[in-house]
Design a protein around this ligand. Structure first.
Ligand code: GLU
Length: 506
């Protein structure tokens, strides 16, 4: 059996959606499980949709997720342009493979599987509007091709002349009539499609001397010896054409197997998960923050504070299930456990709360030292210069309360800096002269370990006094235990904070 070779073939038309990352992940898992290769190919033949920075974004996203391709990209993240033993199929950017495709388009014309079409954009527009005026939709297919300007209808000499003189002709696939294409999908099983429902797709364009997606995709999957095509459900309608292209080229025997992954669905309602859902409900749909060429910024999982392992884990579970109760999987465990036959056909509903749950689980699995190392630079940004061991013990105290490392500051900033503001409703409730006097007395007479006993022994109202102290120490009547706060900031600082509150609130 030939070595497993799968590819992720994004078009650099913008930031990679999390659904795209999931496609890459499933390809990666499949490749690694079978001891095969995971290849990156950039499908950029549609120059109108090219977005600068998108290619770099895709590569950086894969790197962040730890699912870096074996072939197609250099270790420093450049798409490979020149062939080498490690990257034998370079270039991996379709726009740089231009010279390869024309001969394949010509081959299909020569073998009668494709034809030249000379209809100008204006002519096609005209037939389109005519059809619309009759309440119909124009389709270039077996019903219409006979009355259009192409090499099936024009005399050979005229075809030769137009090929030489015009620069706007295309090569179209001659969709066979009266056939049922029988296909197999590793997730969806057997599928049959009647060719009467399919159109004569453009395969190659003289105008930019570039193939369309369909031709480039089939030719490259063939040349790159791809064994399985694992991609999103949106490509399922193209599958019959792809089958017929393999057949037309005579490549059926080495044709890859196909798997079309279920869609990622909105958290509420129906339909595909979109950036708008993320904006509305407050979660990212992109792996990394993205700033469009127009300057519009979209949030990313990385910048929102997700660990890449958590992101990978939550993506893996969107459409695949291990068949057990286990939910937490490392990448290595996913490689072990993954299988396409446990990928569902139905769309996978995205649940933003569950996404957070995954991050919380990973946060808890990390050691205090690891988390402290991640938090230290953020503390520096806040102007806090704390000893790593101190930060580590703060982490130990608060990690159960956090979802992201960024949450640490909100939970425990007052262990590093004194509060400068006090929550008004807590002030109204607990900052009373007689209570404050008792709080100050208790604090002056005790330390972290004896404070509570002092309050009790002197028959002070426990709840009121303690909340008043907590307000002074943390700026609010809720949060960490007073004993813990005092342990970190010391009795002197605690006392100073009580006095500062008095100064501030009068
Ligand atoms: N370029 C296509 C995309 O952007 C690839 C589809 C496929 O994998 O065949 O998704």
């Amino acid at each position: 059996m030939s070595k497993t070779r799968v590819r992720f073939a994004p078009s650099p038309t913008g930031p990679l959606h999390m659904g795209g990352v999931r496609t890459a992940l499933y390809n990666y898992l499949f490749a690694k499980q079978h001891g095969g290769d995971f290849i990156l190919r950039i499908e950029d033949t549609d120059s109108n949709r090219f977005v600068p920075g998108a290619e770099e974004y895709i590569i950086e996203s894969l790197r962040w997720c730890g699912i870096f391709p074996d072939e197609g990209v250099t270790p420093d993240g450049k798409v490979v342009e020149t062939a080498s033993p490690e990257h034998p199929h370079a270039p991996y950017r379709q726009s740089q493979r231009r010279s390869i495709y024309r001969q394949y388009a010509e081959q299909l014309v020569a073998s009668g599987h494709a034809y030249y079409a000379f209809d100008s954009a204006e002519e096609l527009e005209k037939v389109r509007t005519e059809a619309e005026s009759k309440g119909q939709t124009f389709i270039y297919n077996h019903l219409t091709r006979g009355s259009l300007r192409n090499s099936l209808t024009l005399p050979p000499a005229e075809v030769e002349r137009l090929l030489a003189e015009r620069t706007d002709w295309t090569v179209r696939f001659l969709m066979p009539e009266g056939r049922v294409v029988e296909m197999d999908d590793l997730i969806r099983g057997h599928i049959s499609v009647d060719t009467a429902t399919l159109d004569d797709k453009v395969l190659w364009k003289r105008a930019d001397e570039l193939p369309t997606y369909h031709l480039a995709n089939i030719v490259d999957d063939h040349l790159m010896e791809i064994t399985e095509v694992i991609r999103g459900e949106e490509w399922l309608p193209s599958l019959p054409l792809h089958y017929l292209l393999y057949e037309a080229f005579g490549w059926q025997d080495s044709q890859p197997r196909f798997a079309h992954l279920p869609l990622l669905l909105k958290p509420v309602g129906n339909g595909k998960l979109s950036k708008r859902d993320g904006d509305k409900l407050g979660f990212p749909v992109f792996p990394l923050r993205w700033t469009s060429p127009a300057g519009e910024t979209s949030r990313g999982y990385r910048e929102d504070g997700y660990f890449p392992e958590a992101f990978v884990n939550l993506l893996a579970m969107l459409g695949w299930n291990p068949g057990t109760e286990q939910e937490i999987f490392s990448l290595a465990e996913l490689v072990e456990a993954f299988s396409l036959d446990k990928v569902g056909k139905a769309g996978a509903k995205f649940n933003p709360d569950k996404a957070k749950w995954f991050n919380r689980e990973y946060l808890r699995m990390k050691s205090d030292a690891e988390l402290a190392a991640l938090w230290l630079p953020l503390l520096k940004e806040k102007g806090v210069d704390a000893a790593p061991t101190f930060v580590e013990s703060v982490v130990a105290l608060i990690k159960e309360r956090a979802t992201f490392v960024q949450d640490f500051w909100d939970i425990a900033s007052y262990l590093f800096v004194a509060p400068t503001e006090y929550v008004q409703k807590d002030v109204d409730k607990f900052y009373k002269p007689e209570v404050f006097a008792m709080a100050l007395e208790a604090m002056e007479a005790s330390d972290a370990d004896t404070l509570e006993a002092y309050v009790r022994e002197h028959e002070m109202p426990m709840g009121k006094v303690m909340n008043c102290i907590r307000l002074a120490l943390s700026g609010a009547a809720s949060g960490l235990a007073i004993h813990d706060i005092m342990r970190f900031i010391g009795r002197d600082e605690s006392l100073a904070r009580l006095r500062r509150m008095q100064q501030k609130l009068g």
